[in-house]
Design a protein around this ligand. Structure first.
Ligand code: ADE
Length: 239
């Protein structure tokens, strides 16, 4: 059972073999601002520190043979239990794997309402199956391709989730209109100058008629979605 975000601080624990990979991403742009505003806190934990093996080994050869190495259950179970105990707040656990449910804006929206996330990054050929069955985690993939590890997927998910946490972004009007939020891609956007290299901003956007601008944007969003991502419209009509 996880807790829903009621106060205004979300805690995100990241379990990884490569904590240094996260520093630049967490210390810049919106993720930095979210921490400065005390809306989110990040806690990096090196899985290797939880190995009781004298060589701090976290992986081993697969039973039955085959290529690659498999992450052992022991350091992951130890890490999950020790990190969970750091706060008196149950965490929603996420295991990153290409075998998981494909991440999308709806999942990001759900996760943004949690008070605490624990993100477990794998590496090498995969996790020992007992990690999947013994830890109550949602398995998530960021797409149908295989990456070297879960670190980049974790950063993708953190970025998509944290920007949805209330008050992280300035005004939430920008969230309402962006791609995927309404089941469509976003309409075309323009800024100054009104003409650039012969390409002109549509007259309607300069008309000051808000109703007409809204209609135009809705029409363009649907047209663009039909051309580029008709699957999104099919999904919307089935809902
Ligand atoms: N680890 C390796 N590939 C991945 C993917 N596509 N999504 C999530 N975790 C992964």
């Amino acid at each position: 059972m996880c807790c829903v975000l009621i106060g205004n601080l979300m805690r995100i624990d990241i379990l990884t073999l490569f904590p240094e990979m996260f520093h630049n991403v967490l210390e810049n742009s919106i993720l930095r601002i979210a921490q400065e505003k005390k809306l989110v806190s990040f806690h990096l934990h090196n899985i290797r520190d939880f190995s009781t093996d004298k060589h701090k080994c976290v992986d081993d050869k697969p039973y039955g043979g085959g290529a690659g190495m498999v992450i052992k259950p022991e350091p992951i179970f130890n890490a999950v239990e020790a990190v969970e105990a750091k706060e008196d707040l149950a965490s929603k656990k996420i295991l990153l794997t290409p075998q998981g449910k494909t991440f999308d804006q709806n999942i990001a929206d759900d996760l943004s309402k949690e008070a605490r996330l624990m993100i477990i990054c794998g590496h090498y050929e995969g996790f020992d199956e007992r990690i999947r069955s013994g830890i109550d985690a949602q398995e998530i993939s960021i797409g149908d391709y295989v990456l070297t590890g879960g670190e980049i997927p974790a950063m993708v998910i953190i970025d998509a989730v944290v920007r949805l946490v209330p008050n992280v972004l300035g005004g939430n009007g920008s969230l309402q209109n962006e791609s995927f939020t309404n089941g469509t891609l976003e309409y075309p956007q323009y800024t100054r100058p009104a003409e650039y290299r012969g390409m002109r901003v549509p007259e309607i956007l300069k008309s000051g008629n808000h109703r007409k601008v809204e209609e135009w944007r809705m029409k363009e969003a649907i047209k663009r979605t039909q051309e580029r991502r008709p699957d999104l419209l099919d999904k919307k009509t089935k809902e």
